[in-house]
Write a protein that binds this ligand. Structure first.
Ligand code: ADP
Length: 207
């Protein structure tokens, strides 16, 4: 037992703070609202069924969240990743989590944005969120944390990525709510936390 591990029980369900100027884009659904959390911090500390990794196509480790996950998991993760033949953009592969408190890591590869976001980059980012959740339910995993895929070195503008993340998770949960207990948006930067707090009421409005 490590004191800096964060069990699911310590992560509150999302509830809106203050007034949101953001108009609802979906119907009020309290059952779905109870399955959403916004957590700011290190995804490697979460003691849950699965954490998603914003990996690269080699799956052999990199910087940012990928580096943190490989450091925390230890060399056995890299060893297992080495048997997977990489991963295409918008797809996902699942592994053990080794030294991490999570049970599994779902590695996905986000799109790289060079100048501006086009239809194919948006579709790829949507696929990342969709396939992470789908990989979780196929493996009977009920609690998943997902970082802000592609918004670091891969250059996807965070204000556009948040919309893709929230829309994809909302629509996935509408179809598969009985198979998932919690989806945690794990943000690292204060600016991302603020973006999610602003946009969550549009996608998961309260009654
Ligand atoms: P990508 O290559 O997909 O852009 P990055 O790792 O560069 O991935 O960035 C994705 C997001 O992960 C960024 O918002 C970054 O701040 C965040 N991040 C970095 N380290 C961690 C961590 N330990 N836990 C959660 N999020 C993290």
């Amino acid at each position: 037992y490590r004191v800096d591990f964060i069990p699911l029980e310590k992560i509150p369900v999302w509830s809106p703070s203050g007034d949101s100027s953001c108009k609802p884009r979906y119907k009020v659904n309290e059952e779905l609202n109870r399955k959403i959390s916004l957590f700011r911090g290190d995804i490697t500390k979460l003691e849950i069924d699965a954490i998603a990794n914003a990996a690269n196509k080699t799956l052999l480790g990199g910087g940012g969240v990928d580096g943190a996950i490989h450091r925390g998991a230890g060399p056995l993760l890299r060893k297992e990743c080495g048997t997977l033949n990489g991963c295409e953009t918008g797809e996902a592969k699942i592994t053990g989590a080794y030294g991490l408190p999570a049970k599994h890591v779902i590695h996905t590869v986000g799109p790289i944005v060079h100048d501006s976001v086009g239809e194919s980059e948006e579709q790829a980012l949507r696929n990342c969120y969709y396939t992470c959740l789908h990989t979780a339910i196929k493996n009977h995993l009920r609690t998943v944390a997902i970082p802000c895929i592609s918004t670091g070195v891969y250059g996807y503008p965070p204000d556009q990525a948040v919309e893709v993340a929230l829309r994809t998770v909302r629509e996935y949960l509408e179809q598969n709510h009985e198979k998932l207990d919690r989806v945690i948006f794990c943000v690292f930067l204060k600016s991302d936390k603020e973006l999610y707090e602003t946009m969550l009421p549009a996608y998961f409005p309260r009654g």
